[in-house]
Design a protein around this ligand. Structure first.
Ligand SMILES: C[S@@+](CC[C@H](N)C(=O)[O-])C[C@H]1O[C@@H](n2cnc3c(N)ncnc32)[C@H](O)[C@@H]1O
Length: 424
């Protein structure tokens, strides 16, 4: 793996790596990785070898001149196929994935080297970007005084993907950010220190228990420190998500908390079918054990699928293609099992309560990890009976408005919730 670094301070790189401290510097000394500093000043043609000048238009500071940088890059381009990257706070942000992509482009032979350009002062004359720079890279939303340290950071994060650089080949795979998760905590001897003991499970010798602990810790650390990573993972997975919707009428509770069966409304048949079609839900199950109400649902859908309704509005027929009527939650689950071969990940929705609420993106990740389709259940009346909560795998965070009034129709809740599960 070869890196060229265009800089006005080449000694910074010589000093950084000369003692072989750390695995990357060691690999450089061994010759597995090459870091070649190129002095931009040696490409300056005026008698003072100047690499900077005053900005056109006035303003603070100096600007790096275009000519020495362009000549320096061209000198490299003439001998090898290089990927030229300007370190620039305005650039694409360096992440584990970006580093891995750069490493891949060297390992698969797309490029023979990466050439980093280190800016100084106010930055580089914009024309160099047009002429010789392929990409811009930032190491974060802060300003350094120069690109040298940013180049070292980028080199370190890319070089560790080269086989042999890291001691333990698996550690790059297990490190934080692979799979958009942070790593679990680590412990080594002694077993107790100042009254603090290592978690017992790590001494159990049971690899299954230890793996389960690691997975749980990764989730909880990521949830606490970087929920944005879980959100990103959810976003990456949402296209593959297989969603089912169930509208339950029994067992619900009434305002006194007693178990009741509620009534199906015509609007819930129509509007939820339309939302489910819009959000590409695999099936919408109307879950109602009462035969006369099932009869109503079937009459309504038949009217629009086959009867006069079809002749009048064919779109509505399309919306009802995915609508089914079943007697119980168990029957609904059985249908999903038959269709997918998997038990669904059951997600309850509620406007309030004391539950361990999960954001839709967390639920998408958990369902993916469980290799299960998601069944989003919506209630009627005063909400689900406790027995339904006990069957659930997750409870989705409630939809909150701007005030204390929170009485959305279930139809509205379905549309909002589906949007939350699909677009985040
Ligand atoms: C003082 S900075 C110039 C900042 C520039 N005026 C701006 O506001 O975007 C000088 C050089 O340091 C490097 N640099 C500073 N912050 C950086 C960052 N976060 N990532 C990558 N390079 C950075 C760049 O090469 C930049 O050209």
């Amino acid at each position: 793996m070869k890196f060229n670094v265009l800089t006005i301070f080449p000694k910074m790189f010589e000093r950084a790596y000369q003692d072989g401290q750390g695995v990357v510097a060691k690999s450089i000394l061994k010759g597995d990785i090459a870091v070649k500093p190129v002095d931009i000043r040696s490409f300056a043609n005026d008698k003072h070898r100047s690499t900077d000048d005053y900005p056109y238009g006035g303003g603070h500071g100096l600007v790096m001149k275009v000519e020495p940088v362009v000549l320096a890059v061209e000198s490299i381009n003439s001998v090898e196929k290089t990927r030229t990257i300007m370190l620039d706070p305005r650039g694409k942000v360096l992440t584990a994935k970006v580093a891995q992509d750069y490493a891949g482009s060297l390992q698969n032979g797309d490029y023979e080297s990466i050439t980093f350009i280190c800016g100084r002062y106010e930055g580089l004359d914009e024309r160099a970007y047009d002429l010789v720079i392929d990409e811009t890279l930032s190491i974060g939303d802060f300003i350094l005084t120069g690109g040298e340290i940013a180049a070292m950071v980028a080199i370190e994060s890319i070089a560790r993907h080269k086989s042999g650089v890291l001691g333990d080949e698996m550690s790059a795979v297990e490190d934080s950010f692979s799979n958009n998760m942070l790593e679990q905590p680590h412990y080594t001897r002694p077993w107790t220190f100042r009254g603090l003991a290592v978690p017992d499970v790590l001494k159990s010798g049971n690899p299954l228990l230890i793996d389960a602990w690691k997975g749980e810790m990764q989730k909880s650390v990521t949830r606490k420190q970087r929920p944005d990573l879980i959100r990103q993972r959810g976003r990456d997975l949402t296209e593959k998500l297989d969603i089912y919707v169930g509208l339950m009428h029994y067992p619900m509770v009434d305002k006194r908390g007693d178990i009741v069966g509620t009534s199906l409304t015509n609007m819930d048949i129509h509007d939820i079918s339309r939302s489910c079609m819009t959000f590409d839900v695999s099936r919408y199950f109307i879950i109602n054990p009462q035969a006369p109400q099932q009869e109503v649902a079937m009459r309504v859908t038949k009217h629009w699928k086959e009867g006069a309704g079809l002749a009048y509005n064919a779109n509505r027929s399309e919306a009802f293609e995915r609508t089914d009527v079943v007697s119980s939650l168990f029957e609904c689950i059985a249908h999903i099992r038959t269709a997918t071969g998997k038990k669904p990940f059951i997600v309850l929705t509620t406007a309030s309560g004391d539950y361990d609420f999960k954001a839709p993106y967390e639920i998408v990740c958990d369902a993916h990890d469980a290799d299960a389709p998601v069944l989003l259940l919506f209630g009627t009346g005063w909400g689900f009976h406790e027995s339904v909560f006990q069957m659930s795998d997750a409870v989705a965070s409630p939809i909150n408005g701007r005030g204390t009034y929170n009485h959305l129709s279930v139809r509205s809740a379905v549309a909002i919730m589906l949007d939350r599960f699909v677009n985040f």
